[in-house]
Design a protein around this ligand. Sequence first.
Ligand SMILES: [Zn+2]
Length: 100
Amino acid sequence: MGRGLFSSLFKCRCGVVAVVRMAKIGDNAGMKFFGCPKWPVGDCGIFQWVNVSNGVDAALRFKLFEKKTSLAVKEMEVDFMKDRIEGYGEEIRHEDRGFE
Ligand SMILES: [Zn+2]
């Protein structure tokens, strides 16, 4: 689990993939954050702490959510097909009755 997971999700306002930097001063020294790759030349001012417990979870949850969503869509399609098949079954039964 590396930067790939983040970089695929987190882009700065320039539309480029944000880079992870480490705070060197202050109370948060040693903590990592996302920043603009163009910094310090012309960064767009984005700043986002890399919170491991939230960041990774959020990224993973997002991936999982995507998977679940596509799975749910497939399940809906299956249900829809089942309904249609059952519907046809009903029609056929009705027709059968008509011939009785
Ligand atoms: Zn930027």
